[in-house]
Design a protein around this ligand. Structure first.
Ligand code: HEC
Ligand code: CU
Length: 491
């Protein structure tokens, strides 16, 4: 009995000991999880050594890393401008900026730094502005202290006591309107010793824009307060315009390089489901803080929030940055390219290695079964019959990508309306439908580098749809006969 009791006691002690150990392990684990052993350190008393003028950079560039330097006194200057700039091809907008760009200049500092910040409101500007930095502890993040009229400058100072990646923005009433016009940017406060080194760093920020005209409507587009209020943006873009990160503005890297993206979301309204098509984030500093998640496909970045994303660009490809709320990417502009060049690695990705014929119902079926409502045209047709039939085929087979009036989608699907590429060579167009198309092409002065799948259409169907396309939207009126298609097929 006593033996039993004492062993019972021992059991209780063991339990107490274990739960204590688990408790300490948990709390230790928590601070270790932060990825920063100085998590609880109070930086408000950190001494500064020396002073310097901070370099601020325009997107997509970032200033050099802080590395091992001690906390310092930092001088910064930023000029606010109100200027007309491009929103999309043929569309301009009166942006309000921190430093002449949307998003505003990137600020890079170190925890413990003491910043003297001068903000200048250009004399040509119409309105007062200010700055609220989420990295700043103090009234309004500096908003009151920095409130400045056109033709004036203000200086205020603060100490950076929390490491992380933070949004800054204008906070002058109406606040929503100042942010909607592009007044936001990122400030990075690196931890002691800096972030681990990587090969390439980029600065990308999403924003939603509200214009009187719909997406793509040309001319200078005024801000639309009602749409902003209703949260119905016409544009959702990276770095202030539809083309900021594509074509010749695409980000560049080489296969094998490690990449870090400082990603922020200025809003004013939408959260971003940020994703890079063709990559996986090896690391995500969630919300730009200490918590590091790994192996992430899509990460949510709230309006007024940020995240640090890291990955190795393993194989050459065009990585596509998107807001995976996908209509925003393909229809409102939230799409950018990171072009990775270099040597293929077929162990990681081998592309298409074989295309076979898939016959789920045995070898007797030789044609792709089709929907009952796909039109099968008669073999001989007049030109107007070809056009009528072609229109129906177009609405079933082409419309999704090339759009209802052949206008295409910027950076993704080339136009078929008034298209020089199409009108230049009918045989080439037939080949595109028979065999598909990939690789870089230029249509009406714009480069496209994507893939059109081969279309499973009969000769008559190819003839009809192309005749319809050639006889619509300002094209040259060519008639394509089934015979012409058949000749190309036999080539
Ligand atoms: C899944 C999307 C998709 C569909 C469906 C599609 N295309 Fe395309 N098409 C593309 C892409 C992408 C390109 C550009 C390929 C490249 O960059 O090399 C292209 C290129 C073309 C071109 C040459 C470029 C130009 O602008 O003249 C023609 C012609 C064309 N498509 C016609 C058609 C027709 C007709 C159909 C319907 C039968 C069709 N496409 C269906 C995506 C598509
Ligand atoms: Cu402002």
């Amino acid at each position: 009995m006593t033996k039993k009791l004492s062993s019972f006691k021992g059991y209780i002690y063991l339990l107490l000991f274990l739960s204590g150990a688990i408790f300490t392990a948990c709390t230790q684990g928590q601070s270790r999880n932060t990825g920063n052993s100085n998590y609880t350190k109070d930086y408000s008393k950190t001494k500064v050594f020396g002073e310097m003028v901070a370099e601020l950079t325009a997107p997509p560039h970032v200033p050099p890393p802080v590395g091992n330097r001690p906390a310092m006194k930092l001088y910064m200057e930023m000029e606010i401008t109100e200027e007309e700039m491009e929103m999309a091809d043929g569309v301009s907008y009166l942006f309000w900026t921190f430093g002449g760009t949307v998003p505003g200049s990137f600020i890079r500092a170190r925890v413990g730094d003491e910043v003297e910040f001068k903000i200048k409101n250009h004399p040509d500007n119409k309105l007062p502005h200010n700055i609220d930095l989420h990295a700043v502890t103090g009234q309004g993040g500096g908003a009151e202290a920095s409130f400045v009229a056109p033709g004036h400058e203000k200086t205020f100072s603060f100490k950076l006591i929390n490491p992380g990646l933070y949004v800054y923005h204008c906070a002058t009433a109406p606040v929503g309107m100042h942010i909607a016009n592009g007044m936001y940017g990122l400030i990075l406060v690196e931890p002691e010793g800096g972030l681990p080194p990587v090969d390439k760093e980029f600065y990308v920020m999403q924003g939603d824009f509200y214009t009187e005209g719909r997406f793509g409507e040309p001319g200078l587009q005024p801000f639309d307060m009602q749409k902003a209020y209703d949260e119905r943006p016409d544009y959702v873009v990276f770095n202030g315009s539809v083309n900021a990160l594509s074509g010749e503005n695409a980000l560049q890297a080489k296969a094998g390089e490690t990449i870090r993206i400082f990603f922020g979301n200025g809003g004013p309204n939408l959260a971003s489901s940020f994703h890079v098509i063709g990559e996986i984030f090896d690391k995500v500093y969630v919300d730009g803080g200490d918590q590091v998640n790994s192996n992430v496909g899509t990460t949510l970045v709230p309006a007024g929030g940020a995240a640090i994303l890291e990955f190795k660009a393993d194989v050459p490809s065009n990585l596509v940055l998107v807001d995976h709320s996908i209509f925003r990417a393909f229809n409102k502009g939230a799409l950018g390219i990171l072009s990775v060049t270099g040597k293929e690695n077929e162990k990681i990705f081998a592309g298409e290695i074989m295309e076979g014929i898939y016959l789920p119902e045995g070898s007797t079926i030789q044609k792709m079964p089709k929907d009952g409502n796909v039109v099968s045209p008669p073999v001989t047709m007049t030109k107007s019959e070809l056009i009528d039939t072609g229109k129906k085929i177009y609405m079933q087979a082409c419309f999704a990508c090339h759009q209802a009036n052949g206008e295409g989608v910027a950076n993704a699907f080339p136009p078929l309306a008034n298209a020089d590429y199409l009108n230049a060579d009918v045989n080439r167009s037939i080949d595109v439908l028979l065999h598909g198309l990939s690789g870089e092409i230029t249509v009406n002065g714009k480069k496209y580098n994507s893939i059109m799948p081969s279309q499973q259409l009969k000769d008559e169907e190819v003839a009809a749809v192309l005749t319809y396309v050639y006889n619509s939207w300002g094209n040259n009126g060519t008639e394509v006969t089934p015979d012409m298609v058949n000749k190309r097929r036999k080539k």
